[in-house]
Design a protein around this ligand. Structure first.
Ligand code: HEM
Ligand code: HEM
Ligand code: FE2
Length: 479
């Protein structure tokens, strides 16, 4: 990965920018996991690093780094496929490079401020300089404005290249969806001192990102990757893509009501949220079927032509994309559906159940396919026909997936115990909250989460090691 640009196999600046974004993404992913490990230890030993590196800080950096590395990998993937899909060398990519450096400098400063300026009064100045206090998107206002500027440059690159180049169905969906994705960020930027209003708009960013625009983004990535990696037919994947867009937006937009059950919004959101969010797993099933069906079909056609080898041109990328099909369906579809009806959510709201769903969905729906795209980028960068999974690729995907699944199960058990004791038996009082956290089921579950977190981290080390070496290894194998 380090020498990927020097290799000179990338044919234009767009792909180079893609690799630059991927590198920062993977570093931030590592930072995310380290922060998660600190926070997980603090669940077991609350005094750990107390007043040096508090839980609130570890947790904040953990989930903000998560969102930022995913956005980096998404921008990287867009640049990677932009010039290829449009058949155009790219418009204004020099400006795009400048944007990359500005954004990366800003992210570095913001993270350092999070880590070094941890506590203090919330004032107008802290809003501008330290953070806005909105979970997942805590960047202070100066950085918010910088982000908007850089994203405008990015969008200009994408839109202008699209207008000048070939307009495939995949790129059309991409261009329209990115406009919505970027525009939604602004719903989380203005200030109100009314907590209900604040939450109302905050969910426009968080929910309409992960359950609408990010999912559509994944649809475009999967469509593109299936064409490139297994030679799926463009007509077929684009047909699927349009159906997915319809179903994802059809259910996901009003599905936002499942966050409006208890924050002070009108009660009609109960029915709207219940109905539409209950439909959200449907497109995820469709996406799952689509990936596996196309893979089977192309492999079959491949064998029928008498070609014995596998149809897959990039083993690790395909492994991560198939994991995405399962993970998206399980983490978002199943674990999301569990608690999406108000009758159930009244018991599960804000328990470790939510954290279980949060982990499996972000990992299953997004981390997986973005890592897959990084492997595809490496294949381009090193100019190899076929990239086979190495031992390190296999350990990377196995240990991270097993680790996250393990954490999810542990947290689900912790959440179940909270529902029974804190909510069911003791009636959700303040005291009940603490009683539930001191029972053995809860503590053991938190212990398993920490252990599985270490397993995840080991997988991450294998993953990075593989990303750093697989390109050269594939070149050697081909020579
Ligand atoms: C990849 C897509 C998804 C991601 C990344 C995701 C992630 C998350 C996260 C991180 C939270 C916690 C938010 C917080 O901090 O308060 C959450 C909450 C929630 N999610 Fe999802 N989610 C996804 C899809 C879904 C789907 C498809 C459903 C329903 C079918 C769903 C149902 C819910 C519900 C009901 C809550 C509120 C939990 C509570 O009341 O505590 N999610 N989601
Ligand atoms: C080394 C592995 C990891 C450990 C030990 C870990 C640990 C933690 C801890 C302790 C929290 C705070 C939970 C709370 O406030 O109750 C948290 C929150 C969260 N983590 Fe992780 N994490 C890890 C990896 C990941 C990964 C791989 C993802 C997704 C790709 C992820 C996504 C999240 C999300 C979305 C939240 C917020 C959940 C919520 O509040 O509902 N984490 N994590
Ligand atoms: Fe949601």
């Amino acid at each position: 990965m380090l020498t990927s640009i020097k290799e000179n196999h990338l044919t234009n600046k767009g792909q180079e920018l893609g690799m630059m974004y991927y590198r920062v993404a993977i570093i931030l992913f590592g930072a995310q996991l380290l922060m998660g490990l600190i926070a997980a230890i603090q669940f077991l030993a609350p005094g750990f690093l107390f007043e040096l590196f508090d839980f609130s800080v570890a947790r904040m950096v953990h989930i903000n780094a998560l969102v930022v590395w995913m956005l980096y990998a998404m921008i990287g993937s867009t640049y990677m496929m932009l010039t290829d899909e449009t058949g155009h060398e790219g418009v204004g990519l020099g400006l795009g490079k400048l944007g990359f450096w500005i954004l990366t400098a800003a992210v570095t400063v913001v993270v350092l401020v999070y880590i070094f300026v941890q506590v203090g009064a919330g004032t107008e100045a802290s809003l501008w300089l330290i953070h806005e206090g909105r979970e997942y998107i805590e960047a202070p206002r100066w950085a918010d404005i910088g982000i908007v500027v850089v994203v405008l440059i990015f969008y200009f690159n994408v839109f202008a290249t699209y207008m000048k180049g070939e307009k495939t169905g995949i790129m059309t969906v991409m261009v329209a969806n990115l406009l919505a994705l970027a525009g939604l960020y602004m719903a989380g930027m203005f200030y109100t001192d009314n907590i209900s209003m604040d939450q109302f708009w905050w969910w426009w960013v968080i929910h309409l990102w992960v359950e609408a625009t990010w999912e559509v983004f994944v649809g475009t990535l999967a469509a593109y990757a299936l064409i490139k990696i297994i030679g799926a037919k463009r007509e077929v994947v684009e047909m699927w893509l349009w159906i997915e867009v319809l179903m994802l937006f059809g259910s996901g937009i009003l599905g936002m009501g499942h966050h409006y059950f208890w924050i002070g919004t009108p009660e009609y959101w109960w029915e709207i949220g219940a109905l539409f969010s209950a439909l959200e797993p449907v497109p995820l099933i469709a996406m799952f079927v689509h990936v596996l069906y196309d893979w089977g079909k192309e492999q079959g056609a491949h064998e029928a032509r008498g070609e014995a080898k596998s149809v897959i041109a990039n083993g690790p990328a395909m492994a991560w994309i198939v994991t995405n099909a399962f993970g998206n369906f399980l983490g978002a579809g199943i674990w999301g559906f569990f608690h999406t009806l108000p009758q159930i959510n009244i018991y599960t709201h804000g328990t470790q159940f939510t954290a279980a769903h949060g982990h499996l969905s972000f990992f299953g729906a997004y981390a997986t396919i973005l890592i897959g795209m990084m492997y595809y980028g490496l294949q381009r960068a090193y100019g190899v026909e076929r990239m086979k999974a190495t031992f390190k690729s296999k350990m990377g995907i196995f240990l991270t997936t097993f680790g996250v699944m393990g954490m999810t199960i542990a947290l689900t058990i912790a959440g179940y115990e909270q529902v029974l004791v804190e909510r069911g038996e003791m009636g959700a009082t303040w005291n009940a909250f603490f009683v539930a956290q001191e029972l053995p089921w809860y503590i053991q579950a938190q212990m398993w989460r920490a252990i599985m977190g270490v397993v995840t981290f080991l997988g991450f080390i294998y993953l990075v090691w593989d990303l750093l070496t697989i390109g050269k290894e594939a070149q050697r194998a081909e020579a």
